[in-house]
Design a protein around this ligand. Structure first.
Ligand code: ATP
Length: 245
């Protein structure tokens, strides 16, 4: 009898093993510095992070630990200095302005200060983001903007000026604006700050629902412990280093 370890039968194996899909966001040994010469200070240290398509990841951590710096690098709003950062397959280190812009077009941004234009209506604010995307040139962007505003519960406010909306309503417009063009990635920095508990909850529930419907990847920075449950994964930043929770 042959020993068990000797397998002489032909056992065809797939030529290439089943591989994981490429992550939407992949940072490897990423460092970042602010300041020049003797004022140069390292802010991010050896960041390694992979976020897969459809994942909702929350990043927490003390004030000043580097969360916003990392978020703006991932968003292509700041140039990479050291390490590798691939966003939707595009290497951001040494990327050209055009390449960075192409990446930015596939990202929706939601910031604490919603950055709405107060002299435009809710619909006009959402329309503006669609006007930047060539794939919407031949589409009825008024209708698309109205539809997404209805989805975030503002169907009766589409023609209200941003100025006349409450904080929670403005934040809903900001979500509608970020998601209207169906971005592959949404980056949100403290989207519930300055909102009361219920409004904050409503905002993240809307964000979660729309993201799952659209299959987009979300990276959300927050200090708000009340919304941690929407995350598939929580990562923590401390003194410029990432600790996976
Ligand atoms: N443009 C800049 N020039 C110099 N230092 C900066 C700059 N932006 C941020 N910093 C410093 O980098 C560090 C990280 O800041 P960052 O805003 O990324 O932290 P954070 O974790 O997002 O903080 P918070 O939770 O308070 O928003 C801080 O020490 C901050 O002072």
């Amino acid at each position: 009898m042959l020993p068990d370890t000797l397998n002489l039968t032909h056992n065809p194996k797939p030529e290439t093993p089943l591989s994981k899909p490429a992550p939407a966001i992949a940072a490897t040994q990423l460092d970042h510095y602010f300041g020049k010469n003797e004022l140069r200070k390292q802010i991010l240290f050896d960041i390694n992070l992979e976020i897969y398509t459809g994942e909702i990841v929350i990043m927490t951590g003390p004030s000043g630990s580097g969360k916003t710096t990392l978020l703006t690098l991932i968003g292509g709003l700041r140039s990479m200095q050291a390490g590798s950062l691939k966003i939707l397959g595009q290497e951001m280190h040494k990327a050209s302005k055009r390449q960075m812009m192409q990446v930015r077009q596939q990202i929706g941004y939601i910031f604490q200060s919603h950055n709405l234009l107060s002299f435009l209506t809710a619909k006009q604010n959402v329309r503006m983001s669609l006007e930047l995307h060539p794939q919407f040139f031949n589409q009825d962007i008024n209708q698309i903007a109205s539809d997404i505003l209805a989805t975030v519960g503002l169907g009766d406010r589409v023609d209200y000026y941003a100025d006349s909306l409450s904080g929670g309503q403005k934040q809903r417009v900001a979500i509608a604006r970020a998601l209207a063009s169906r971005p592959k990635i949404v980056l949100a920095d403290e989207p519930t700050a300055s909102l009361d508990k219920k409004t904050g909850r409503d905002i993240v529930d809307i964000l979660q629902r729309l993201a799952k419907e659209q299959g987009c990847t979300i990276l959300l920075v927050t200090h708000d412990n009340r919304i941690l449950d929407i995350a598939d994964r929580i990562v923590q930043m401390e003194d410029g280093r990432l600790i996976q929770a």
